[in-house]
Design a protein around this ligand. Structure first.
Ligand code: PMP
Length: 413
């Protein structure tokens, strides 16, 4: 039996909702600490997928028959659920994409190509995932704009003074994450947005690591664009959203052409559909969008504050346990963090730690975590990363810490 950490949440009951957790891996009970890569899905999300396919699979928006209407309603219900989840003003501001990567590419290609000119500047931070670096490099190269990078501090925080110095009349776009996938740092995005707005830049927030952990209110933040992946918030892979302020989305050309995003097509000219459909060409990922609704409900019912309290306790427990091992160095020690802890072990390659933990049934991430420039700034090729979710327990962390101590004893003498 695992004990309950949260005074509010019944972690045992929560665990019982996740079928995948109840298995042995390499002969040991699975301990899943790779939640920053993707978190596990509660049964209600899995059931929503099968009930769509076995009950009302149909293409949306165009059909007038009963199944098409039911599928359309379910798809649009998720749009409303996501609107409310981030407190957007209107469902016209919620565009379904394949996830954060596609959302950022959409903005870089549509907004970036339209509004960037030679000599303009795009600012990102040293904490970014490759998907919040490469699309900006591509558009900057095409438009002869310049990409600037905010340096980070030793503890893994954005250097706000350096950011202030980078801002100028040339700054047109600022793109930063809400929370770092490699280090867990929660960035002060409200301040970043307000500073960027003072020079007239628009701000895109990569919310991949925030959606399952932090309250998101795009109106209070005054975010221009906010990106979310379903699969990092207990929903299916292959979908997510781009939030964009209506007035910006209206000025932007479509990202892809095809069915659904049009009002009228002739060989001479096409007129585009209203928001949000202008950005949703083709048959979308209906089943996964429908099931995402259940993920939203799951988070809402638990309460983000309760989730965060439990995860903060787990993070602290992991930091204490790992710090007690002489050869372990924590990477990413900001005060404000989501439940992600990177570390390295002196004299032992991170892959070896990952493999040996896997032999004990413990899933952690090893490598550069799609943040090669960040790793380089720490002089590292990669780290071991343990990331915790609401269904994890203190006992699991103790098993991991003990496992690492045994690996050090075996390999590190
Ligand atoms: N940004 C961050 C901070 C991430 O953690 C990830 C996923 N690891 C992404 C972007 C990309 O998300 P996706 O692969 O779901 O598009």
């Amino acid at each position: 039996m695992v004990s309950v950490v949260s005074p509010v949440l019944d972690i045992e009951e929560i665990r019982s909702q996740f079928p995948v957790l109840h298995q042995k891996v390499n002969g040991q009970p699975l301990i899943y600490f790779d939640n920053a890569a993707t978190n596990q899905k509660p049964k209600r999300v899995i059931d929503a997928l099968t009930s769509y396919y076995s009950g009302y699979n149909a293409n949306i928006h165009r059909g007038i028959h009963t199944l098409a209407e039911k599928a359309t309603r379910a798809y649009e219900d998720t749009r409303e659920a996501m609107r409310s989840f981030i407190n957007a003003r209107s469902v016209e501001e919620i565009i379904f994409t394949r996830g954060v990567t596609e959302s950022i590419n959409l903005v870089a290609a549509s907004y970036g190509r339209t509004f960037l000119k030679a000599g303009d500047e795009v600012i990102i931070s040293g904490l970014e995932h490759h998907s919040n670096i490469v699309p900006w490099q591509m558009v900057c190269e095409e438009k002869q704009a310049n990409l600037k990078v905010i340096p980070i501090t030793e503890s893994g925080e954005i250097d706000i003074e350096a950011f202030q110095k980078l801002l100028s009349g040339n700054t047109k776009i600022v793109a930063v994450n809400h929370a770092s996938n490699s280090l867990g740092t929660i960035n002060p995005i409200a301040s970043i947005i307000s500073m960027a707005h003072q020079v007239g830049a628009v701000v895109l927030v990569d919310g991949a690591q925030a959606a399952a952990h932090l309250e998101i209110d795009v109106q209070a933040l005054d975010a221009d664009f906010y990106c979310i992946s379903s699969h990092k918030m207990f929903g299916p892979t292959g979908t997510g959203i781009l939030f964009g302020k209506k007035e910006l989305l209206e000025q932007m050309p479509p990202y892809m052409g095809g069915g659904e995003m049009i009002k009228d097509v002739t060989f001479a000219k096409t007129t585009y559909n209203n928001l949000p459909y202008k950005f949703e060409a083709g048959t979308p990922n209906i089943a996964d969008v429908v099931a995402l609704r259940e993920a939203v409900n799951f988070i809402k019912e638990l309460g983000k504050e309760n989730i965060a309290t439990h995860e903060d306790g787990l993070l602290k427990h992991a930091q204490d346990g790992l710090s007690s091992l002489a050869k372990v160095k924590l990477i990413g020690t900001s005060e404000q963090k989501v439940s992600v802890q990177s570390f390295v072990v002196d004299g032992i390659h991170h892959f070896d730690i990952g493999q040996m933990l896997d032999a004990r049934g413990i899933a952690v991430r090893t490598g550069h975590h799609c943040t090669q420039p960040l790793m380089e700034s720490f002089g590292l090729e990669g780290t071991v990363r343990a990331s915790f979710s609401v269904y994890n327990t203190r006992e699991e962390i103790e098993v991991m810490v003990e496992g690492i101590s045994k690996i050090i004893w075996k390999l590190g003498r």
